[in-house]
Write a protein that binds this ligand. Structure first.
Ligand SMILES: Cc1ncc(COP(=O)(O)O)c(C=O)c1O
Length: 477
């Protein structure tokens, strides 16, 4: 063999087949596993902290070690009972597509370097554009995720506003931390990031937004952008998109919609209705690695006027002079923060081609239907209290029987205890949040393999642990 790092054909096939067997085995055994497994750093450091070996070991041994000691120690985000944070259940053709892209060693930076994958990215971006109701002329690119999409969007917004000195941006107090971080990255001072209060339904308060913008203008700041939520990560709430679009148009502000979590609901009838107005935004961020069944990383930014992105990002270095094929042959590296990029559109394209949109639509709808049923179960439960309506695939609730006399602090203690029991004593994985300061249990249901039994049995476990925790807690005198 010529290269130091090459393997023979037989070795490559053996190694690859072994990996394939292990991955398929893992996926098949998922429902019988717990949705979470983890270990403390001290234990893991003892197992793994070592110098790199000077001489290699048989690849089989290396793979077995990683599959035994490393990879299982995660939240199994694709487990049918994984309801914590934002789960992700990749479609198999998409997983294989990532392998193909790595095998073909695609660098999806410029047309010259990757014309086939670039054309495919144009195709998939155009699918997304149409699903969201954006006009022709809109465009965008795949990103690592919603965080990177938010950064790219704020760069475009800041440049479109002429990069003012005292820039302010606005978002609801339910917005994802990625939006705050994106604003910081583009140079908005932390004290100039306005967190606008949300209403009882966790939707941005329009009056408060209008007041904040007016106050800032009066104080000599330059309002630049407003970020709306199309599915907050806490409750799935959708901000008043139509009203925000009207306001931003009147005020000359860039409207970015963070649809990282909820955007793909648009492929369903119900989702399209809920997201009405999103098509009026200047930019939209969405994550195919959340509710569109793709492995990490598969974020995306769409911009209504693609030239805004190009104006903000395009740089022409001498070393890349050969890559300029003209406006008709876009270099995706001119639209965002990455030069070297993986071929992320490939996995979306392959999975949609393989299953077809009808199946994807039903897969997305499954999450919404189960979340609505979960809310019904919660509202009918003598032990649980609903804390948010199931707008998309999220339902928030807590243990709080109608006749409970516990104060808020005691209720929080009970619910924290229930979450801990779920964590250690139940196969499902759930997480919690604070809703306007109140501790809430939260189920995010996105996996198309999740059944009503998975959801019901998880809620029943919460009820059982809830009753046990309540019986141990003294009501205040
Ligand atoms: C609503 C929302 N926005 C942004 C993000 C950040 O996206 P990513 O983790 O893909 O960078 C998330 C992640 O959960 C999210 O739910």
């Amino acid at each position: 063999m010529a290269g130091e790092l090459e393997m023979s054909r037989e070795q490559m096939l053996d190694f690859g087949r072994k990996a394939l067997d292990l991955v398929v085995e893992r996926i098949e055994s998922l429902p019988g596993e717990n949705a979470w497994e983890g270990e403390f750093r001290k234990v893991l450091a003892e197992q793994l902290l070592e110098d790199p070996p000077e001489e290699g070991r048989p690849g089989d041994e290396v793979m077995e070690r990683v599959v035994r000691d490393v990879l299982p120690l995660t939240v199994r985000l694709d487990h049918p009972r994984c309801f914590g944070f934002v789960p992700s259940a990749p479609a198999w053709p998409a997983v294989v597509a990532d392998f193909l892209a790595a095998g073909w060693n695609v660098n999806q930076c410029t047309w010259l370097v990757a014309s086939g994958p670039s054309q495919l990215e144009l195709v998939v971006i155009d699918w997304f554009r149409r699903w969201l109701g954006y006009p022709e002329g809109a465009g965008g690119l795949f990103t690592s995720g919603g965080s990177a999409a938010s950064v790219d969007a704020f760069v475009a917004a800041r440049d479109a506003a002429g990069h003012p000195e005292r820039a302010t941006v606005y978002m609801s107090d339910q917005s994802h931390s990625a939006l705050v971080r994106a604003a910081v990255i583009v140079g908005v001072r932390r004290e100039c990031i306005r967190m606008i209060p949300s209403d009882a339904d966790f939707r941005l308060d329009m009056d408060a937004l209008a007041r904040a913008v007016a106050d800032d203008r009066a104080a000599g700041f330059t309002p630049v952008a407003v970020a709306a939520n199309a599915g907050t990560v806490g409750t799935g709430a959708i901000d008043p998109l139509e009203a925000m679009a009207g306001f931003c148009a009147a005020e000359g502000l860039w409207l970015h919609v963070d649809a990282a979590y909820g955007g793909f609901a648009a492929v369903t009838e119900r989702g399209r209705r809920l997201l009405r107005g999103i098509e009026r935004a200047d930019s939209i961020g969405l994550d195919a690695h959340k509710w569109f069944f793709q492995p990490y990383e598969a974020g995306c930014l769409l911009v209504k006027d693609e030239s805004a992105l190009r104006d903000a990002f395009a740089v022409r270095p001498d070393i890349l002079q050969d890559t300029v094929w003209g406006a008709n042959h876009p270099n995706f590296s001119d639209l965002g923060l990455q030069l070297s990029r993986s071929a992320r559109a490939l996995k979306v394209w392959m999975s949609v081609q393989t299953f077809g949109m009808a199946r994807f639509r039903r897969a997305v709808a499954n999450g919404m239907e189960l979340a609505a049923r979960a809310e019904g179960h919660v509202r009918a439960s003598p032990v649980l209290e609903a804390m948010s309506a199931a707008t998309l695939g999220i339902v928030c609730f807590r243990v709080n029987p109608a006749d409970s006399e516990l104060d808020e602090a005691a209720l929080e203690e009970v619910n924290r205890a229930v979450l801990a029991r779920m964590f250690w004593d139940d196969p499902a994985f759930m997480s919690s949040t604070l809703l306007h300061g109140t501790f809430a249990l939260r189920m995010c249901i996105l996996n198309d393999a999740t059944t009503w039994d998975d959801v019901r049995e998880t809620l029943e476990a919460v009820e059982k642990f809830g009753k046990e925790a309540l019986s141990k807690t003294e009501a205040p005198e």
